[in-house]
Write a protein of this length. Structure first.
Length: 162
């Protein structure tokens, strides 16, 4: 095997290994560019220094090998510890909403600060950060919880106590 063909084969092997390593190492595409440069120079070198027939074989091999490397890399990434293997759930202790806050729905309380629209209120014996439903509510006003959205408590003025 002459040195020109050996160089082309080595560049092809480097290209394949760099594409596979792209899926394991975070490089923001730098390894992909390096792999494409290795493949490109290998093809250029074969066509110019070996022969066009061998260059066609290398090109055909690249057309088959590069997609296979990408498929293998995606499958490898699916098994990687970097990716999430399962969805997060309440059973795992992940909740976007505090269940205690949901129990405050409909409860009444009193504003401790002026709500413009956010502020503090005493509801069910607890000092909480609340948001009014868009209205300006004075300090000391009776309020009730109209909605709990995630960890956000939405209150309105309680006109029933007037």
């Amino acid at each position: 095997m002459n040195n020109d063909l050996l160089l082309a084969v080595v560049l092809q092997i480097i290209g394949v290994s760099v594409i596979i390593s792209e899926f394991v190492l975070p490089s923001a595409g730098l390894l992909t560019v390096t792999a494409m440069a290795a493949f490109g120079y290998s093809l250029f070198h074969v066509f110019h220094h070996v022969s066009a027939d061998v260059g066609i074989y290398f090109l055909a091999a690249d057309v088959v090998v590069i997609p296979l490397c990408i498929i293998l890399g995606i499958k490898l990434l699916a098994r990687s510890p970097v990716t999430l293997r399962k969805a997060l759930s309440r059973e795992d202790g992940v909740a976007s909403q505090d269940s205690e806050l949901q129990q405050l729905m409909g409860k009444t309380g009193e504003t401790l600060t002026t709500l413009r629209p956010a502020g503090k209120a005493m509801i069910a014996g607890r000092k909480l950060d609340v948001v009014s439903s868009g209205d300006y509510i004075e300090k000391g006003t009776a309020i009730f919880v109209s909605a709990v959205d995630g960890n956000r408590i939405v209150v309105r003025e309680d006109f029933a106590t007037d």
